[in-house]
Design a protein around this ligand. Structure first.
Ligand code: ZN
Length: 463
């Protein structure tokens, strides 16, 4: 394997079962797996500035989408590409002001990706930037990887987002993805014997959300011809974890399927996922929901999967509640603030509300993953999973309040002329403006006579 080291510590590598491991890249914090990758928007975890992230969270690995940065490329050079960096530096890291030891994973599209009306082609995939849909040529993607130097690059895949694909289309998906992978690895790592021109980014090859038989040739090639260039797998559907051939079973597996609940995360882990992207953490924070679950919950008699997975902080019942979001939680939010304050910040639409929730929710996920790793090592994961299912409700609570304002380009549009996703919290105060204008007309000017002043009256100061 290239510069990376991934050791499966428990159990044996080829077994498709929950496993713990250690992913190491030179210069980055080692990542204990299973672990999650925090999702970013334009290079930052939503609601967290880089210093807040450093000081108040344990986030150590990020997923960044190239489509967030390349609005008008190649006609207009995006600011990311203009950034000057030394040969040993990562332009992407410098541009996003991220610390040296954080693991940066770059993929072409956001997780979850928005459906694009333009189809992919044999040489390009369709993406959504802040100014609209366009094509990303496979060649330009490779060029971008060379230029911005992420730690890990997720290879291009010909995916059909949000639609069912027919047999012919599925064949095409495999052929194109196979070709993208072959070309990309050739261009990034060249032929053996030319180490100086090799890219420093390691390559995670996509595994398509299809049956084993449909992509057998491609998977075989990954384990054979392409094996020396591949450092990991990017899996788009949890069930694909079960079809990874033994030959590449020891590679780290990143899942991009976007689990919607902790139950789904546990299912992915039970199939041998190592790195997982979890959109619901940020979505819960946006929705004003403080996550509240642990692994493995103590199993009580008569448990009926009734415990909620989070608390809706919009609810006015917390308006005078001076307890932390979650009793016993050691995160910054829970140790410094109480529910009433968070409820107040949400009602006042203060940005700090979402920052504090994001800190707490990431801490909850950190503790969850740490406990999962311990349980795999102790051989109690399956019982823990069962106890989790018997204790917690199968879905996250519904949000009742409105989230922060959104630019909306990264959310699915319902059609042309769609209204703003979250309406503005502030508006013209027409009534007040009228009253103000009226009051203005009575304000005396310097040339007003004493009699007129007497009529309009004087302000009285309370002493
Ligand atoms: Zn907390």
């Amino acid at each position: 394997m290239r510069n990376t080291m991934f050791n499966v510590l428990h159990p044996a590598p080829a077994v498709f079962a929950p496993r713990v491991g250690m992913f190491v890249l030179p210069g980055r914090k080692p990542v204990h797996t299973p672990h999650y990758l925090s999702l970013t928007s334009r290079g930052a975890v939503p609601h967290l500035t880089q210093d807040v992230m450093r000081d108040y969270t344990s986030i150590d690995s990020l997923y960044i989408a190239l489509e967030d940065f390349i609005e008008k490329a190649p006609d207009d050079v995006p600011p990311l590409y203009k950034m000057q960096a030394e040969a040993h530096e990562s332009t992407l890291r410098k541009f996003t002001c991220l610390p040296e030891d954080i693991l940066l994973v770059m993929g072409p599209r956001r997780v979850p990706p928005v459906f694009t009306p333009m189809p992919n082609t044999g040489t390009a995939i369709s993406i959504l930037t802040s100014v609209g849909f366009r094509k990303l040529e496979a060649e330009d993607y490779i060029e971008a990887v060379r230029k911005v130097r992420p730690d890990i690059v997720v290879g291009l895949a010909d995916l059909v987002v949000g639609l069912q694909s027919g047999i012919k289309r599925r064949e095409k998906m495999v052929d194109r993805t196979h070709a993208y992978t072959r070309d990309a690895t050739k261009q990034l790592y060249g032929d053996v014997g030319e180490p100086e021109s090799e890219s420093s980014a390691v390559y995670f090859a996509p595994v398509l959300p299809l049956e084993n038989t449909q992509q057998m040739l491609y998977l075989d090639d990954l384990g054979d011809e392409l094996r020396e260039h591949i450092s990991g797998l990017a899996v788009y559907e949890a069930s694909s974890l079960a079809i990874v051939p033994d030959k590449i079973g020891c590679l780290p597996r990143l899942t991009l399927s976007g689990p919607k609940t902790p139950h789904e995360i546990l299912r992915e882990i039970s199939l041998g996922a190592d790195l997982i992207t979890i959109p619901f953490v940020g979505m819960a924070s946006d929705g004003g929901i403080a996550l509240d679950f642990i692994f493995a919950p103590p199993l009580e008699d008569g448990s009926s999967a009734s415990k909620p997975l989070g608390i809706d902080m919009w609810s006015p019942i917390y308006a005078a509640d001076l307890s932390p979001l979650v009793q016993g939680c050691e995160c910054y939010t829970c140790t410094k603030h109480h529910r009433a304050y968070i409820q107040h910040l949400l009602s006042a639409k203060e940005m700090l509300a979402w920052t504090l929730l994001q800190i707490h929710n990431h801490h909850t996920i950190d503790c969850f993953f740490a406990a999962v790793r311990d349980s795999i090592e102790a051989g109690t994961f399956t019982e823990g999973f069962l106890a989790f299912e018997q204790t917690y409700q199968p879905s996250l609570p519904q949000q009742t309040g409105q989230g922060p304002r959104r630019r909306g380009y990264h959310a699915q549009a319902s059609g042309p002329g769609e209204p703003k996703l979250n309406s503005s919290s502030y508006d013209q105060l027409d009534d007040a403006a009228e009253k103000y204008a009226e009051a203005q007309s009575f304000v005396p000017t310097p040339d007003v006579s004493a009699e007129e002043l007497q009529i309009s009256g004087f302000a009285v100061k309370d002493t």
